[in-house]
Design a protein around this ligand. Structure first.
Ligand code: ADP
Ligand code: MG
Length: 211
């Protein structure tokens, strides 16, 4: 098994992505798999600057279209300059969010037409897709309560509840359609969620061994 694999963790604010990332890191390390961890938006010097703007810029309203394009600009930098080179060296890549976040947040939340999202995905990613996406599903009321308990909410986290309800709908629809996506009930106790993540990752690693 010397081919690098790209694993992504997705979900709403407070779903437990950062927490899950640590569980996945442990699983990969236990198997002796060499990996890097990334996050979106971010993960390169330019993409981290764009992340800061997307999360904290308040001097002027950011239009939905600008938000969308900045997200894809950051994604292009990360995929081309970090993720693809790591995969081609046989490293695994673990991502905190990827393209599905834009489909959920900018497509669902901001209600930008899905064919626009499709076009930007074609332009930015072509056929590039994660091998495994772990989607942590949570009711936004619960997720936002967890995120609030963690600290001050950023520009996107401050959106109204209906924004996140629309985003969740897109997540659920897309996850149901894509066989590389695994849905995990993130409303359960931390230990139960971690067990589900371990089991999904172990199964995926075993499949890679078999192929
Ligand atoms: N299953 C869980 N049950 C209860 N609290 C959780 C669970 N998973 C994560 N948390 C807590 O919720 C907060 C948000 O989790 P985090 O991993 O930062 O979410 P995300 O990265 O998806 O925004 C953290 O304080 C974390 O400790
Ligand atoms: Mg996080």
């Amino acid at each position: 098994m010397n081919k690098g694999q790209y694993i992504v963790i997705e979900g709403l604010e407070g779903a437990g992505k950062s927490t899950a990332l640590e569980t996945v890191k442990t699983c990969l390390a236990e198997q002796g798999i060499d990996f890097i961890a990334t996050r979106e938006p971010g993960g390169t010097p330019l993409a981290e600057k764009l992340r800061h703007i997307l999360k904290h810029y308040e001097d002027e309203a950011i239009t939905s279209q600008s938000e969308l394009l900045l997200m894809y600009a950051a994604r292009s930098q990360l995929v081309e300059n970090v993720i693809k080179p790591a995969l081609s060296q046989g490293k695994w890549v673990l991502g905190d969010r990827h393209d599905l976040s834009s489909r959920a947040y900018q497509g669902g939340g901001r209600q930008i037409p899905m064919n626009t999202l499709d076009q930007l995905r074609d332009l930015t990613l072509g056929d590039f897709r994660p091998a495994l996406t772990l989607y942590l599903d949570i009711d936004p009321v619960k997720g936002l309560a967890r995120a609030k308990a963690r600290g001050k909410l950023d520009r996107i986290e401050q959106q109204q509840l209906d924004f996140f309800q629309r985003a969740r709908r897109v997540y659920l629809d897309e996850v149901a359609l894509n066989s590389h996506c695994v849905k995990i009930d993130a409303s359960l106790a931390l230990e139960t969620v971690q067990q589900a993540i371990r089991s999904a990752v172990t199964q995926f690693i075993n499949q890679c061994h078999d192929n």
